[in-house]
Ligand binder design. Structure first.
Ligand code: COA
Ligand code: AMP
Length: 636
């Protein structure tokens, strides 16, 4: 194991803890600001901090123009690889900057100014990244909505962000099927109370979208007529983007990211965590709709001067389980970042990694996040690739890794199941219910001592109360991560899973509370509970336990099909909601609260103790028997 006490990691960790202002000022100096900040950390009140409050910059300038000025204009900035269409495209920094400036001109002509919101609902095509950077270039605020979300989810986000313009495409392409985006967008706008002034639609050759006269513009035609727009300087504390994520209620939370702290933190993480340098090829196999896509497909690699890969495909079936290795070999990928579920899918299709016959000599390390890297998947990837495999833990809220093996500082030996050490800047503690710090190996709530380092959320869009109540009130002086776990005697962090009603399906974060609201809307259902249950490839899948209203007769198979259709319609296919079981009663406390934790424990086969406050203990074996009859758990 690397010597923790005397390492570069330890130096950074100590400096970031004891003299955070000096440490982060030094990191900020690595960027090209319009006005370098003097005020590094400002506390506004008990709950709010600002980083670099008097700094002025433009994030798109840092990501593009700056590199051209440094002589990297002809280096590849973005490589688009789309096995679902056969397209491949390379953008140099200069080409990408020009495309971004031109599209910024389109938005500017439509009236988009500093601070205005633009919703981006796009598949994984270069225009998604171009739109994000164009919004940033104008000092406006983007909100990217994952293309797999339904019209209802898109409408919620449109109403919350109130965009002046929505940018979308005619279609997305999934394995063997086209997803028409425009009808979903039209439906979302008709459902939403807020109406954007304009929609800019990128027409893909696979499908022509119908356009609404007056409101809809064709991307290509608009770009041809546009004048390119210059970078607009913004304050470090001005918002760069809003990214909605699932909380415990049906309403998604708009995580707000600032410009300055974000740029500093991502640039630091590219070196300290990923050991990536300008010119390296960085591939985050995610989607721009998720935080991984924001931080490590678009902003992080570009700010660091890397070449970023934008991949429109899956790890399997596009065309086969060798897809990841093909992309790594073809572009000389140095750093690969993906979700464990992707590797579980590859292992399932190609258990002996027979398709791994590509030249992976350029690949230095594989990072995984989005869900816990289970030891079996870790071992399989290490065995097949003989490369460092690094689990690292983070969230939409933090925007960059909280814990990792910081390969750019000191490489620690890995412990399977652990996301390694806290990244410098994060003070990670394990607390009990009452906020007391627990001893090594004791499991509890994972909390981050305030202030959070640069780059983390500053608030929830339009709802600061939700930010304060949701994250800062559980443990005084800490940010509550919503995850549980422990730190072992060597300081390694083990993140074991959520302590709330958020589940993780194929690396996608979903709210069971939201699914419950939808399921409860079925006319036959009196009450329900949705929990996450283990799934071998996707990690978890949702399961609804439903109570039928007295006197109502329903067939379980028909009811399940109706519920599946409702969840697909309201959230999207990505929820992977496929199972509903009719139960006679749900385990509750005497005060009527459903004991969800107990149900989760039954589902994942862990030991549980029946609390004395339970109203109806017989409900537990009944439910376990029903789950076993479905083959979801082994017989109790
Ligand atoms: N647009 C429209 N629909 C989408 C979509 C998108 N962007 N992404 C997923 N869907 C749909 C799929 O078509 C599928 O629909 P279906 O039920 O009609 O078949 C459904 O949502 C579930 O999709 P998915 O979870 O992707 O399952 P899959 O079986 O197609 O693929 C994996 C399984 C593991 C290969 C895939 O989930 C995967 O690559 N996961 C990695 C996710 C990831 O990178 N997350 C990053 C977070 S860091
Ligand atoms: P998201 O905000 O979508 O990135 O999801 C964040 C959540 O995913 C975290 O709160 C964790 O529950 C889970 N997660 C992400 N990375 C890891 C990891 N490396 N280990 C364990 N859980 C993880």
């Amino acid at each position: 194991m690397a010597d923790k006490s005397n390492s570069l990691y330890q130096q950074h960790y100590q400096q970031a803890s004891t003299t955070p202002e000096a440490f982060w000022q030094q990191q900020a100096a690595a960027l090209s600001w319009y006005k370098t900040p003097n005020a590094v950390l400002t506390q506004q009140d008990e709950d709010h901090y600002q980083w670099f409050s008097d700094g002025v910059l433009n994030t798109a300038y840092l990501a593009l123009d700056h590199h051209i000025e440094q002589g990297r204009g002809e280096q590849a900035a973005l490589i688009y690889d789309s096995p679902v269409t056969g397209d491949k495209q390379r953008f140099s920094y200069r080409e990408l900057r020009d495309a971004v400036a031109q599209f910024a001109g389109v938005l500017k002509a439509l009236g988009v100014q500093k601070g205005d919101r633009v919703v981006i609902y796009m598949p994984m095509i270069p225009q998604a990244a171009i739109a994000m950077l164009a919004v940033a270039r104008l000092g406006a605020v983007h909100s990217v909505v994952f293309g797999g979300f339904s019209a209802h989810e898109l409408a919620l986000r449109i109403d919350d962000a109130q965009p002046k313009v929505v940018v979308s495409a005619s279609c997305g392409i999934e394995v063997n099927k086209l997803i028409a985006y425009k009808p979903l967008l039209d439906d979302a706008i008709s459902k939403a109370t807020h109406k954007p002034d304009y929609c800019v639609i990128y027409q893909r050759p696979q499908l022509q979208a119908d356009m609404q006269t007056g409101r809809d513009l064709d991307w290509q035609q608009a770009v041809a007529k546009a004048e390119s727009a210059a970078c607009v300087p913004v304050k470090a504390t001005d918002p760069l983007y809003i990214l909605y994520t699932s909380g415990t209620t049906g309403k998604p939370k708009g995580v707000v990211r600032d410009n300055g702290g974000h740029a500093v933190a991502l640039n630091y993480s590219m070196q300290a965590v990923y050991n990536a340098k300008a010119g390296d090829v960085f591939w985050a196999a995610s989607d721009v709709g998720w935080v991984v896509g924001h931080s490590y497909i678009v902003y992080g690699p570009l700010i660091a001067g890397c070449t970023s890969i934008l991949y429109e495909g899956k790890p399997v079936f596009t065309p086969d389980a060798g897809a990841f290795w093909r992309v790594c070999a073809e572009y000389g990928v140095n750093i690969l970042f993906a979700a464990p579920t992707a590797f579980r899918a590859i292992r399932k299709e190609d258990p002996h990694a027979a398709l791994q016959h590509y030249d992976l000599s350029q690949l230095r390390s594989i990072f995984m996040a989005g869900e816990r890297l289970d030891p079996a998947t870790y071992q399989w990837v290490v065995e097949k690739l003989h490369k460092p495999v690094i689990d690292h833990w983070w969230q939409t809220e933090t925007g960059w890794p909280i814990a990792a093996n910081p390969t750019g500082l000191t490489q620690f030996s890995a412990k399977p199941g652990s996301s390694c050490m806290p990244v410098p800047g994060f003070n990670v503690q394990i607390l009990n219910e009452s906020g007391k710090i627990l001893r090594p190996n004791e499991q509890g709530y994972i909390a981050l001592k305030l202030p959070l380092p640069p780059g983390c959320l500053t608030t929830i869009w339009g709802n600061d109360e939700r930010f304060v109540d949701g994250y800062l009130r559980s443990f005084s002086g800490y940010y509550a991560s919503g995850d549980g776990g422990y730190i072992d005697e060597d300081g390694y962090l083990f993140v074991m899973g959520r302590t709330d009603d958020v589940i993780n399906v194929a690396g996608h974060r979903l709210s069971t509370g939201e699914m419950e609201q939808i399921v409860a809307g079925h006319p036959a259902i009196a009450e329900c509970c949705v929990i996450g249950i283990p799934e071998p490839v996707k990690g978890q899948q949702p399961l609804a336990l439903v109570l039928i209203k007295n006197g109502v007769e329903v067939d379980e198979t028909i009811l399940q099909a109706e519920l599946v259709a409702m969840v697909r319609q309201e959230i999207g296919a990505l929820a992977c909601f496929k199972q509903a079981i009719i139960v006679q009663r749900l385990p509750k406390t005497r005060s009527g609260k459903i004991l969800r934790k107990l149900l989760r424990q039954i589902a994942d086969g862990s030991k549980y103790s029946v609390p004395s406050t339970i109203d109806d203990p017989a409900s537990l074996p009944e439910i376990a028997t029903l789950m076993a009859a479905r083959g979801l758990i082994s017989a109790p």
